[in-house]
Each structure stands twice: as C-alpha cells, then as structure tokens.
Design a protein around this ligand. Structure first.
Ligand code: BV8
Ligand code: ZN
Length: 242
C-alpha cells in the first residue's frame, strides 16, 4: 500500500478509469480473455468502416452491450469514488468507459472521453444526444430527418472531442492526486494523459490500480495490484468518514 498520507479534502483528485473498473460489474473488457464478442475483436467493430460496411452487425454488438450495462450494477470501485465526492472531495472522473455506472453509483463530475453508449447521433443531420428509447432489432432512425443513428461514442480512428480534451488537460494541470484505475493504458490519446499530467505538474502524485502492470506503471508513485473493487476500497477506507 502506498505510504503517502493525504488530507483528501484538501486535494484536487482526478481519476482516469477504463474497462477494468466496470469488469467487476460484469461488463467485458476490451482486451481481457472475455473481451471478445462472437469472436469479433472489439477494435474491428468500434470503427467507422465497420459501421459503414455492416451497421446491423455493429448495432447488434452495441445492443448486446447496452443490455449488459442495463442489467449491471455499479460495483464498490464505482461507489467509493462517488463517496469521495459526496464526502466533499474535489474529484473529477475522466472515464474511457461508455457505460453509465459511475453516474449510477452517484458520481456527478464524470467526463466521458470516448462518449456514451446510451446516446446516439444522426449520421445525416448531425443531431446529437438522441436517447435510444428502446432496443429494436432494426436500425434506429433519427426523429428529425429519419437518417441513420449511430452510437454517440468515439471509434478507433476518430478524434476525441476537442473541448473534452482541453477540459481534461486543464484539470490534469491542476491535479494533486491522479488515480489511474482499470485501464491497460494502451489506447491513445488517453494513454498519454498521465505522462502529460506529469509534464504539466511534476509534483503530481500518481497511483495506479490494476490487476497487472501497464506502460504507465514506471511513471507512478505506486501501482497497487489486485482487483480494483477491493484495492480502491481498501486504499480509501482508512480515511475518516468511510
Ligand atoms: C485518435 C469507445 C486521432 C467505443 C474506444 C497514437 C496517438 C493517437 C492515436 C493513436 C496512436 N496510436 C494508435 C492510435 C489510434 C488509436 C489507438 O490508440 N489504438 C491503440 C489500440 C494502439 N486511437 C484512436 O483511434 C483514438 N483516436 O487518436 O484520434 C487519430 C485519428 C486518426 C488516426 C490516428 C489518430 C480513439 C480511441 C477511442 C476508441 N474508442 N471506446 C466503444 O466503447 O465501443 S476505446 C476502448 O478502449 C474503450 O473506451 C476502453 O475503455 C478503451 C481502453 O481500453 P481499457 O479501458 O484500458 O480496457 P482494456 O480492456 O484495454 O484493459 C482493461 C484493463 O483493466 C486491463 O489493464 C486489466 O488488467 C484491467 N482490469 C480488468 N479487470 C480488473 C482490472 N483491473 C483491476 N481490477 C479488475 N477487476
Ligand atoms: Zn437526423
């Protein structure tokens, strides 16, 4: 366990999360053994070309994931982060995940770096944030122009929203404690965020919570190995109030 003691309420805390924080809730990760879907590599499905080629297949994959997410519950790793916020900590979550488990755990300050699976946008008129009302086995259509809707997520080969990136960089530049939980730190540009934070703020403390070491482990003050639904809770529960 890290020997660094903080007064949490005095810190600006930023948490970068990945698929590993939702895995204990039953949501497959992208690269884990159970990450594949019907032997498709998610990296091949989460692309504009896969959607252009076969929107039915891509929507089938997203419907399958939406169903999993709707049946899933937030786990203790989501909950402890929400409790830090409700206990008055200044905490912002930068999540790569497209599920809503952080919000359902009670976190309010959540930035979805890769978008949100429960929202769609129209490929024709660009209308955004159209909530997918019900899952039908056909292609969802835009209520304004009847154009094809796509998941409002960032696919591989697509740029992240520039405002999202700028807001994230601004937050990282003013962060005292950066927690990186449940991400392989292999997907860019988010994989570079901890390095960027260290360049902006050499005094930042970086703690990583993962089952294994990752490319950012050498940069961290400590990598706490183990299931995040236990390690993150154990790390924070000895602070007063938990
Ligand atoms: C872009 C949304 C500009 C969709 C996702 C260099 C610079 C810039 C870009 C690139 C670059 N090199 C390559 C690229 C391109 C690419 C990229 O990074 N590829 C990788 C694979 C090399 N990046 C992009 O395309 C990005 N766009 O840069 O635009 C541009 C444009 C054109 C050309 C070039 C550049 C867009 C990336 C976003 C893609 N969209 N998701 C959807 O969800 O359907 S990414 C997807 O991966 C998810 O968001 C996921 O969260 C994310 C990262 O994966 P992880 O979350 O880390 O999940 P993973 O399965 O990998 O790991 C799980 C981890 O959890 C593991 O470490 C495991 O040990 C741990 N774990 C599991 N269980 C537990 C646990 N730990 C603790 N406890 C547990 N219980
Ligand atoms: Zn439209």
């Amino acid at each position: 366990m890290s020997s660094i003691k903080f007064n949490l309420q005095e810190l600006k805390i930023t948490v970068i999360t990945g698929a590993g924080i939702s895995q204990p809730s039953g949501i497959p990760t992208f690269r884990g053994s159970n990450g594949l879907w019907r032997n498709y590599n998610p990296q091949e499905l989460a692309t504009p070309s896969a959607f252009d080629k076969n929107p039915f297949l891509v929507w089938e994959w997203y419907y399958w994931r939406i169903n999993l997410i709707q049946k899933a519950q937030p786990n203790p790793a989501h909950t402890i982060l929400a409790q830090l916020e409700s206990q008055g900590c200044n905490i912002v979550i930068l999540t790569q995940n497209v599920d809503d488990l952080h919000e359902r755990a009670g976190s309010r300050c959540v930035i979805h770096l890769h978008g949100e699976i429960m929202k769609t946008r129209c490929v024709e008129c660009g209308e955004k944030n159209i909530v997918l009302l019900n899952i039908v086995n056909s292609l969802p259509k835009c209520p304004l122009c009847d154009g094809l809707l796509r998941p409002a997520v960032v696919w591989f080969g697509e740029s992240l929203d520039s405002t999202t990136i700028n807001t994230s960089f601004e937050r990282l530049a003013n962060t005292d404690l950066l927690i990186v939980a449940g991400t392989s730190s292999l997907v860019y540009p988010v994989a570079d965020f901890p390095f960027h934070a260290k360049r902006l703020n050499p005094n930042i403390v970086i703690l990583e919570f993962n089952m294994n070491k990752t490319p950012i482990s050498p940069l961290t003050n400590n990598t706490i190995l183990g299931p995040v639904e236990e390690t993150l809770v154990n790390y924070f529960k000895h602070y007063e109030g938990f």
